[in-house]
Write a protein that binds this ligand. Structure first.
Ligand code: DX5
Ligand code: ZN
Length: 230
């Protein structure tokens, strides 16, 4: 099954509640939340209080993409805020294996019973220039691999075609584990690029400008999914 994760980075932040409702009605599978720190990436966006507020408004999985360094100190706040997926960058952690285990530990050891009873998936992301080998030895720790097809920091950038070969190789790496690991592609995915991303082996794609750009989210989600499945 192909899933779409609209990125609220391109949403109207003054009307987030309405934007989330519109995405639900449009058939979004996840809500992709781009968290930027002005350090790991040259932009600052949103943090745990916004994730907690979204949590109160939607049952859709909150797919939190942390572009944050250092990342370990901020993981507990995202777990408590109600994230369903926490994706960290391999480049943002000196001890990636420990960081990935930290996400699981934060759920298991949460002071909140509600948090302990939830399942939070663990994701790992790679920038365009980072080789797949960076995550080769942590595959048993992850539920999602996110391949960046732009340099992170901004919405609306052009898709980097070299990412496709990495997606192909990541698909093979995932198959070799025999485990259920989702493969997500993020950045510049639109009507022109979505087909190639899915063909290369992705099963989840992020879309910011392609969903929010035209105004009719339902139409955009429907057409992107149709194009993806062609
Ligand atoms: C980039 C973000 C992406 C991006 C997607 O740093 O991680 O999620 O906002 O937006 P589009 O689809 O517009 O490239
Ligand atoms: Zn993202």
């Amino acid at each position: 099954m192909i899933k779409i994760a609209p990125s609220i980075l391109s949403a109207d932040f003054s009307r987030l509640k309405e934007e989330i409702e519109a995405l639900e009605q449009a058939g979004a599978d996840y809500i992709h939340v781009d968290v930027m720190d002005g350090h790991f990436v040259p932009n600052i966006t949103i943090g745990p209080p916004v994730v907690a507020a979204l949590r109160r408004r939607t049952k859709l999985p909150l797919d939190c993409h942390l572009m944050v360094e250092p990342v370990d100190p901020y993981i507990p706040a995202f777990v408590e805020a109600g994230a369903d997926i926490i994706t960290v960058h391999a480049e943002a952690s000196k001890h990636l294996d420990r960081t990935l285990q930290h996400i699981r530990d934060c759920v298991v050891n949460s002071p909140s019973e509600e948090t302990r009873s939830r399942f939070c998936r663990v994701g790992v992301s790679l920038n365009p220039a980072t080789p797949l080998s960076a995550i080769q030895h942590v595959m048993d720790r992850v539920d999602m691999v996110l391949i960046m097809s732009v340099n992170p920091g901004f919405g609306g950038q052009a898709f980097i075609p070299e990412a496709l070969e990495k997606v192909r190789q990541a698909r093979a790496m995932i198959e070799a584990t025999g485990r259920k690991i989702e493969l997500q592609v993020d950045g510049g995915v639109n009507m022109k690029t979505v087909r190639s991303v899915i063909e290369a082996g992705a099963d989840v794609f992020v879309a910011g400008a392609a969903v929010f750009g035209g105004g009719d989210y339902k139409k955009a989600v429907k057409e992107l999914k149709r194009e993806a499945k062609k």
